[in-house]
Design a protein around this ligand. Structure first.
Ligand SMILES: Nc1ncnc2c1ncn2[C@@H]1O[C@H](COP(=O)(O)OP(=O)(O)OP(=O)(O)O)[C@@H](O)[C@H]1O
Length: 269
């Protein structure tokens, strides 16, 4: 049996959490045994937070997001999203999900990719206006009639963010959305994401392998480790808002990076 993720309590940041995870466990059976991908996970996230999950490959970051999003069912424990079970939250479109790869439909224009979830759910009202608004929010006004193959990787990921925001959900799950991009594009999109977060007041749960990205973006960084897996610790990122290019020059930025790095190393020891 492989034990991949075990977590300890993450202290509640507010009395009105948007995400509450209690004693969560996820066991995947496989021929000849089972993988405990998540064990006794406890996590409370307040409205408007920006939380990064960071940790080595296989420590259960994606599994945790997928559980929150009702894409898989836990073997034990409870999850509440805005006080409701994940299935109900999904039906009420309480969250959007941005995957590692943009997964856009090549034969549909940018606008009609963003429109797709609204069409599928037969959302009433001016769907095209809504989709255009989301494209504007991600800085893609003017690209509505282009096709995904005409866009850079960063632009494609912006489209998938606009698509995830189509229902205007209060919560956004992002699984390493900028992992495949070059450093400069990633830094630019980090700034854009922070602007979007400030303007919309959404709660973001963001998976990354980059310590710098996690510290730059987050209000708190949850450090996860494997073998045996657990939440090694949570680092409060008390850097001033709004953050910008200057943030990366602050001594406190390096201090928080060191804290996260030390927790990651501790988990590897
Ligand atoms: N559907 C599944 N069936 C069986 N095992 C799974 C399944 N999904 C995940 N696992 C296992 O659970 C563990 C955690 O996987 P997960 O993808 O959540 O890790 P991760 O931290 O997101 O990794 P990475 O950083 O590489 O994306 C791994 O050992 C993986 O093999």
């Amino acid at each position: 049996m492989t034990q991949v993720f075990t977590s300890q309590a993450v202290h509640p940041p507010s009395s009105d959490p948007i995400v509450a995870v209690r004693a969560l466990q996820m066991v995947f059976p496989h021929p000849g045994g089972q993988t405990v991908a998540l064990q006794d996970a406890n996590l409370t996230i307040g409205r408007g937070e920006f939380i990064s999950l960071i940790g080595p490959s296989g420590c259960g970051k994606t599994t945790l997001l997928r559980l929150l999003a009702d894409l898989v069912q836990p073997t034990a424990g409870t999850i509440l999203i805005g006080g409701q079970p994940p299935g109900q939250a999904r039906r009420e479109r309480q969250y959007g999900y941005v995957f590692q790869a943009p997964a856009l439909l090549e034969w549909r224009t940018v606008l009609s990719n963003v429109l797709l979830p609204l069409e599928v759910m037969n959302v009433p009202g001016d769907r095209a206006a809504r989709a255009r608004e989301m494209l504007k929010l991600v800085g893609l006004a003017g690209s509505e009639r282009r096709y995904p193959w005409q866009l850079s990787g960063g632009m494609q990921q912006r489209v998938s963010i606009a698509r995830a925001l189509a229902f205007d959900p209060p919560l956004l799950f992002m699984d390493e959305p900028f992992g495949a991009l070059d450093e400069i594009t990633r830094e630019h999109l980090n700034l854009e994401l922070l602007r979007l977060w400030r303007e919309t007041g959404k709660t973001v749960i963001f998976v990354t392998h980059s310590i710098g990205e996690a510290v730059f973006l987050s209000t708190r960084v949850v450090v996860m480790t494997a073998r045996p897996g657990k939440i090694e610790g949570v680092v409060d990122i008390d850097l001033p808002q709004p953050r910008g290019d200057d943030t990366r020059e602050l001594p406190r930025f390096f201090e928080r990076m060191t804290q996260v790095r030390e927790l990651l190393r501790k988990g590897h020891a």
